[in-house]
Design a binder for this molecule. Structure first.
Ligand SMILES: [Zn+2]
Length: 240
């Protein structure tokens, strides 16, 4: 009986070691593909933080640029809808996620005047009204006013040209840099102030009037104010 038990145990150990030998390593990737390796090929596996990107490295946009901000917020290298860092990209009324031919109170989806707008939230970041979130996907989102102010307060800025486009070169204390083109704004069917001002929506509703939202804009210096939600402005996304 005892001999049989020992023999059974030996068989079990042999089976287990057989199973161990037959194992392989499968890595399931977020794009639903998988990588298969033999265990003999794997020495060890550790997760390490990615090297932060201080500038846009290649054409595979969007990149999350580390400007050394206290909150750890990263800023996208390109405007929403742009294919280069200096590209103007799309113009969006606040809370809308598509471009259109004319920007005014007649075409605005969530209101008809400065004082007659639908409440779509005090902060639309990460919602279906957030054009950065909708068009670029998570974790990208529109910046809050706090995140825009953090950028302004913690970075130096220089009015310059990049590939022939006027705009603000923003440099963090860690040397990280993004370029915000002066894309102007759209109202009705015209584009105004392109090349001289950049206007960027925040995700935050303006407390001063129901039809407004906070935006930062620049023409060599920063301004920060509420604008009518019906204007077509640029959006520069952030991620945690
Ligand atoms: Zn990039």
């Amino acid at each position: 009986m005892k001999t049989r038990t020992i023999f059974a145990a030996l068989l079990l150990i042999a089976a287990v070691s057989q199973t161990v030998r037959a194992q392989k390593v499968l890595i399931y990737k977020t794009d639903k593909t998988q990588v298969e390796l033999k265990t003999s090929e794997v020495d060890s596996m550790v997760f390490v933080p990615e090297e932060p990107l201080l500038t846009c490295p290649d054409d595979n946009h969007p990149h999350a640029i580390d400007l050394g901000l206290p909150s750890g917020t990263k800023w996208a290298c390109c405007n929403v809808g742009a294919s280069t860092p200096e590209g103007y990209g799309g113009y969006y009324a606040w809370g809308e996620t598509c471009e259109k031919n004319a920007y005014n109170w007649d075409t605005y989806a969530y209101g008809s005047s400065w004082d007659n707008c639908v409440n779509i939230g005090s902060d639309i970041a990460g919602t279906s009204y957030d054009v950065a979130h909708v068009r670029m996907g998570a974790p990208w989102r529109m910046p809050s006013t706090g995140q825009q102010q953090e950028l302004i307060n913690n970075c130096s800025s220089q009015w310059t040209q990049q590939n022939g486009v006027n705009g603000m070169l923003v440099t963090g204390r860690n040397g990280g840099q993004i370029f915000l083109p002066a894309a102007g704004y759209r109202w009705d069917d015209y584009l105004d102030n392109a090349g001289s001002y950049g206007y960027y929506w925040s995700s935050s509703h303006y407390r001063g009037f129901v039809g407004g939202a906070y935006s930062m804009y620049s023409s060599g210096y920063w301004c920060w104010d509420g604008l009518g939600r019906g204007f077509g402005l640029s959006v520069r996304a952030v991620c945690p």
